[in-house]
Design a binder for this molecule. Structure first.
Ligand SMILES: C[S@@+](CC[C@H](N)C(=O)[O-])C[C@H]1O[C@@H](n2cnc3c(N)ncnc32)[C@H](O)[C@@H]1O
Ligand code: SF4
Length: 307
């Protein structure tokens, strides 16, 4: 195979931990949003790649993996911004050349999900777009505004309803530590309103859905790092982060006893790896957090934390 036969990537690339075994295909580059903590919009000019270029990469992958691909994750930070017709063409082609394809997934900003109609989402789901990774970050509108997320708690409720209706699985991420140290009121609101949002979106059946908590990292070049340098943002301590997560878990109260919400806070940015099913494992999760709070030597050191 010649060097022309390499799959194209625009580095650096990010993918969810659960897509470690998926074929990664660059569909977009960069991001159209500018969230204050995120590196996805830095150092890359935003573009949606031409269909023929994406098609070529899929064909290279077919040569390498002989059509045995089961999962594809389409990069980049917000591939859901791709117009509906383009997405249809790409999913269609991927299904054609990978007969064992089970699931395609993308990172998706809530607003770009809302821009697609319910019937468009259903069509995408039928063609295999089965999992969307959506950055909620918080259910608190004040904090959403301060991180420039360009969404509201209400947008997230509408987004989730649309996804569930289209049988697309939601994987939503939240970030602990977003409000910074020394603002207990904001941290409390972040935890309680995030839990309220999760309670409100809980479906009344036993389908699987995913909630993940990361802990804030401050990559250089981001708005939040500029605020930190200027002394306007102070990072939370591990104790403040765990207290915030504890308050979130304490406020989870699902009406549905069969809820199957897979909860994870085991990303490399977290001080303590935690996972369980909500709200069945609520007490175990709270005990794990208590353990972390009283055994600081067992927490992941800052130099091992990463995105
Ligand atoms: C690459 S983004 C894609 C999400 C999607 N574009 C959206 O905004 O809904 C994936 C997620 O990683 C998390 N993330 C990104 N930068 C982070 C940081 N500096 N610290 C902690 N979590 C971060 C956020 O939860 C973010 O939504
Ligand atoms: S969090 Fe998502 S929407 Fe915001 S800049 Fe990063 S990739 Fe874009």
């Amino acid at each position: 195979m010649s060097s022309q036969d390499n799959i194209y990537y625009c580095h650096p690339i990010f993918r969810p931990p659960s897509e470690a075994n998926s074929l990664l295909i660059q569909l977009t580059e960069g991001c159209t949003y500018k969230c204050s903590f995120c590196v996805s919009n830095l150092r890359k000019n935003f573009k949606i790649r031409a269909f023929n270029d994406v098609k070529k990469d899929l064909e290279i992958a077919r040569k390498i993996y002989r059509g045995e691909i089961k999962r594809i994750f389409f990069l980049d930070g917000n591939a859901m911004v791709t117009p509906f017709q383009e997405l249809i063409k790409i999913l269609d082609y991927a299904n054609k050349i990978f007969p064992y394809l089970e699931r395609c997934s993308v990172y998706a900003h809530s607003k770009d999900i809302l821009k697609k109609t319910s019937s468009q989402l259903e069509e995408l789901s039928t063609l295999g777009l089965k999992m969307l990774y959506v950055g909620f970050e918080t259910g608190n509108n004040e904090l959403l505004e301060s991180i420039n997320k360009q969404t509201t708690k209400d947008d997230y409720i509408k987004t989730t309803q649309k996804l569930f209706k289209a049988h697309i699985t939601l994987s939503a991420t939240f970030i602990n530590g977003l409000g910074g140290s020394g603002n207990q009121e904001l941290s409390k609101n972040h935890a309680i309103e995030s839990a309220d949002l999760v309670n409100k979106i809980c479906p009344n059946d036993d389908r699987k859905w995913y909630i993940a908590f990361l802990s804030l990292m401050i990559p250089s070049g981001t708005e939040i790092s500029k605020r930190k340098k200027a002394g306007k943002f102070i990072e939370m301590t591990p104790k403040e982060i765990l207290d915030e997560l504890k308050l979130f878990i304490q406020n989870i109260n699902f009406k549905n006893p069969n809820a199957n919400c897979i909860f994870r806070a085991n990303h490399a940015s977290n001080y303590l790896p935690i996972k369980g099913i909500l709200e069945k494992d609520k007490e175990i999760i709270l005990k794990t957090i208590e353990f972390g709070l009283s055994h600081k030597n067992n927490l992941r050191p800052d130099y091992y934390r990463r995105l």
